[in-house]
Design a protein around this ligand. Sequence first.
Ligand SMILES: Nc1nc2c(ncn2[C@@H]2O[C@H](COP(=O)(O)OP(=O)(O)OP(=O)(O)O)[C@@H](O)[C@H]2O)c(=O)[nH]1
Ligand SMILES: [Mg+2]
Length: 298
Amino acid sequence: MKSGFVSLIGRPNVGKSTLLNTLLGQKISIVTNKPQTTRNVIRGVYNRIDGKADDCQIVFIDTPGIHKPRTKLGESMTQAALNTFREVDLILLLVDGGLPDDPAHRYVLDQLAKVETPKLLAINKIDLLDPESFRSTYEAFRETGLFIDVFGLSALSGKNVPALLKTIVDQMEEGPPYFPESMITDHPERFLVREIIREKALRFLEEEVPHGIAVEIESYEEEPHITKIGAVIYCEKKSHKGIIIGKRGKKLKGIGKSAREEIEALLGVNVYLSLWVKVRENWRDSRFALRNLGYHNE
Ligand SMILES: Nc1nc2c(ncn2[C@@H]2O[C@H](COP(=O)(O)OP(=O)(O)OP(=O)(O)O)[C@@H](O)[C@H]2O)c(=O)[nH]1
Ligand SMILES: [Mg+2]
């Protein structure tokens, strides 16, 4: 069989996590319309193991969007993405339009040029690109000579994702499976629960509040018919706390309800979810807080 590791990298918001979920046919990485959603490296395991010649196991690594960091959290996120270059057999760069000499791409391309690992390019969100700008983006990236192949696709609809997957599998070498077949991600359920709550908070909030949010699971009790989960949503300012809670607690209730429904679907049990909001000033610049909240990313 074939096996290997593939890193999904790119600027924030280009659709890396969406693509991971589509490739796996299951949601393991949260997705929002806000940049810098993914904060940790998330491994997702794609298995095609049925005793045939084309058996394979590919470990896809979803990474935080590479950006110019303004906080220690941002530094750690960008570094975590770059660090994956060394541990993979193939790097898949995602872009959503633009040209290679665009400063938005330049930094990432410079980093890629420094490593010998084979690279593929996926131009994502083709559903939003007109054919002319797609063609010029496609040609310009192909001409950089950095990529074995260039694909246009839609991670959201799945269009052209099978063709990409086929090329990825073709690039892998013979090797053993690295993870048990039943394992879809290296993160425990609690991590997924925390991420689901964070996703709902991000989706319910606007403007500057989301970036300062972190979620911590404080209690997790599995009883015979119900799992009781207590979590804290941290924000950076007192005024943000009020926004998250909302008038008569309405916003927090909305976040809680939609998180609970998705957690119940994930765990397959009834869930009692209680959420609190606490202020922790400047946690994104505190090494101690980052470590405590699971964002050390070294
Ligand atoms: N129209 C369209 N939207 C897409 C597509 N793929 C992703 N999106 C949207 O783009 C936004 C960002 O998607 P994510 O998957 O969170 O992007 P990301 O690259 O993981 O972002 P970070 O984690 O912040 O780095 C979401 O609103 C997605 O629904 C696509 O093929 N077409
Ligand atoms: Mg992401």
